[in-house]
Design a protein around this ligand. Structure first.
Ligand code: PAF
Length: 289
């Protein structure tokens, strides 16, 4: 596995692979990899000839006071994991290479999507994400880019950017990977104390509860959200940031669940903000009812 840190070198490598007629798969990450990331790497390996995993803790998607400095990092371990998966290139640019002095252009899909859900408490976050992802797309030139369903809003926003800016690539999503007890994998789970780790299960449990309500025929979003909220609030260290039921494409709130819906929530467990979601597809409704 090759480690590339220079943007020019990444560009040249990508161009060479494309000239050889081989397809490139990109898995963008911020490192501190877990099985969720590795499941995307495996999807990329199965679908593409050449796989690049980027590791870049992107400063522009953290607001002042968020955990940019504390964000967990372990390049050595990440590289060992990626090598074992047969990844071709780990792309590890420096913050200065990514954002040279004077760099000021940003990419935004607009407030309609970026100020909802997580955007209420993280209003600048998604502009940082779309800016860095657009830059990574230019640098790595992927045919397919792989994102986890766990960050459902990010996925919808990246898909919108790709449509709006005519990026010639396919965005592929991978399912949420969970611990055995249901907790969705996240690099931020390491912040949780033992007691918080137990209480963090209220996220996946409240989604299971939503699934049950839908299975029993409840369609009213408010009723489902109220039920989820009272379940989450039973955990002493949990504080709801939001619980929402929205259209997964444009993220607009749905009053009723009819066909496809995204049930999403963010909860502070102690000081750690965790997110989780359930993408309810038409076939689920048909199956449950
Ligand atoms: O999901 C993440 O890890 C990040 O938001 C991403 C897509 C790598 C952009 O920095």
């Amino acid at each position: 596995m090759e480690r590339i840190t220079e943007i020019n070198a990444m560009n040249q490598r990508a161009e060479m692979v494309r000239r050889q007629g081989r397809t490139i798969g990109l898995v963008p990450t911020m490192g501190f990899l877990h099985q969720g990331h590795l499941s995307l790497v495996r999807m990329a390996k199965a679908a593409c000839d050449f796989v690049v995993v980027s590791i870049f803790v992107n400063p522009t998607q953290f607001a002042p006071g968020e955990d940019l400095e504390d964000y967990p990092r372990d390049l050595e371990r990440d590289e060992a994991l990626l090598k074992a998966e047969g990844v071709d290139v780990v792309f590890f640019p420096s913050p200065l290479a990514m954002y040279p002095q004077g760099s000021s252009t940003t990419v935004s899909v607009g407030e309609e999507m970026t100020r909802r859900l997580c955007g209420q408490s993280r209003p600048t976050h998604f502009n940082g994400v779309t800016t860095v992802v657009a830059k990574l797309f230019h640098m790595v030139k992927p045919h397919q880019a792989f994102f986890g369903q766990k960050d459902a809003q990010q996925l919808s926003i990246v898909r919108k950017m790709v449509r709006d800016l005519n990026f010639d690539l396919e965005v592929v999503s991978g399912p949420i990977v969970r611990e055995e007890d249901g907790l969705a994998l996240s690099s931020r789970n390491v912040y949780l104390s033992e007691a918080e780790r137990r209480e963090a299960l209220v996220l996946s449990r409240s989604l299971a509860f939503a699934r049950e309500m839908v299975a029993k025929g409840t369609r009213d979003s408010e009723e489902i959200i109220l039920g989820m909220r009272s379940l989450v609030e039973k955990a002493a260290s949990a504080r709801v940031d939001y619980i929402a039921i929205v259209d997964p494409v444009d993220l607009k709130p749905l009053e009723r669940i009819e066909e496809t819906a995204l049930v999403a929530l963010a909860v502070y467990v102690g000081k750690t903000r965790l997110i989780d979601n359930w993408l309810m597809e038409e076939k689920n409704v048909a199956h449950h009812v």
